[in-house]
Design a protein around this ligand. Structure first.
Ligand code: SF4
Length: 396
């Protein structure tokens, strides 16, 4: 592997070429740190955060190589490979996550590695659609980003807490790197994250976080993925072409509130296809513009997302009061509108079900529809009670 990497390093002595030349040594250093951590005497399981994106793929690959090289008797600690599905993930990305996880799982069984696999999802009453269509929450904005907690942080935190309860602690391995963005760098610097040391998780007691790739650059990651096939078989070609077509990065697997700012950021990324935090979904647009095989299907999703934004921006679609029935005004006296009105919520559901039928794919589950109807039923009772109360006050 070392010689393969060296062969493609540019001959000129620029800072980048020097950095790439040192990549094999830096990778060996990362693997040494991983090995030392894994071989510690305690039994706290490793949880590897895996989104299917480039960074978590490299993290999984290096971890695999370290553990596979150990004597079977030394592979004592349990390893959980953890994905998260918001249930509104970009369709190509979630397909890649599930197919790659299946390949890793199959190979891990054959190689006798102590790996288990979990994909967390939001609680059924906290999915994107139950909040938007059921409760009428406006599709998330930068200032009202209610989704990351409910769809990513809580489901994974629950699993981490369960592992801590069973084993007394856990180590969460994440693929986060300083060079992902300025925000990421600032956050990691503030928390003094180092590639060789564990940090406390922000909200799960007993869980410590480990970011062994912290100091790798984008080029480093791509260089390894292009040069070194995954130990679970096949190549990284599909992943590389997915990035190339989308022209972007991914909405990362958010495991703590510190990770959250990069979820739904304006950089091109793979996130939820419904993500309205960004003005333009550049990765979905990129896939469509690159003439992807499924461009027609992706265009329908893209248009639906644009329609959700248009609905959100029109105040006449929203109630004049909040869900608790109280009006709210800003400091300047302007009105803050509440959730979508019930007829608008109904229209979103009707259109979504029609799109689901037309595309013949699953966009919303029957359990979500049931949960939505339950919320509507309760909202209708509350609304009727509120109006009756208003009337009796007016009559008095
Ligand atoms: S990708 Fe967008 S919609 Fe999905 S969790 Fe992140 S911010 Fe929310």
């Amino acid at each position: 592997m070392t010689s393969q990497l060296i062969n493609v390093v540019p001959a000129s002595d620029t800072v980048d070429s020097k950095r790439l030349r040192s990549l094999p040594t830096r990778l060996d250093g990362i693997k040494d740190v991983l090995r030392r951590e894994y071989c510690r005497k305690h039994r706290h399981p490793w949880v590897i955060a895996y989104s299917g994106g480039k960074d978590s793929t490299l993290l999984l690959q290096l971890s695999w190589e370290v553990v596979a090289a150990l004597d079977p008797a030394e592979r004592r600690r349990r390893i959980v490979v953890l994905g998260n599905d918001t249930l509104v993930e970009s369709p190509l990305v979630i397909r890649h996550l599930h197919t790659s996880l299946a390949a890793v799982k199959d190979a891990a069984t054959r190689f006798g590695l102590p790996m288990e696999f979990q994909v967390t999802t939001p609680a059924i009453d906290q999915t994107f659609w139950v909040n938007v269509i059921g409760r009428g929450y406006i599709p998330p904005t930068r200032n009202f980003r209610w989704c990351t907690d409910r769809m990513k942080i809580l489901p994974t935190s629950r699993l981490l807490q369960q592992i801590v309860r069973e084993h007394g602690g856990t180590i969460l391995l994440v693929g986060t790197r300083r060079s992902e963005s300025q925000n990421r760098r600032r956050g990691m610097d503030r928390r003094k994250v180092s590639a060789a040391k564990l940090n406390a998780h922000s909200s799960v007691e007993g869980c410590r976080m480990f970011a062994p790739l912290a100091d790798l650059a984008d080029d480093d990651v791509w260089m390894v993925l292009m040069q070194r096939p995954p130990p679970w078989g096949d190549t990284h070609r599909k992943l590389i072409s997915l990035y190339r077509q989308a022209g972007g990065g991914e909405c990362p697997l958010v495991m703590s509130s510190e990770d959250a700012p990069s979820c739904g950021s304006s950089s091109p990324r793979f996130g939820c296809w419904t993500c309205t935090v960004v003005a333009k979904d550049r990765s979905l647009r990129g896939l469509i513009d690159s003439g992807h095989d499924e461009a027609i299907y992706l265009t329908s999703l893209y248009d639906f997302r644009e329609w959700l934004i248009a609905l959100r921006e029109d105040d006449t679609n929203r109630l004049p009061v909040r869900r608790d029935g109280n009006p709210r005004r800003r400091a300047d006296g302007s009105q803050v509108f509440g959730p979508f009105s019930l007829p608008v919520r109904r229209e979103i559901l009707d259109r979504l079900l029609a799109l689901q039928k037309e595309l013949d794919v699953s966009l919303i589950s029957p359990a979500e529809v049931e949960s939505i109807e339950d919320v509507w039923w309760r909202d209708e009772i509350t609304e009727a009670g509120r109006l009756a109360l208003q009337q009796s006050v007016a009559d008095a």
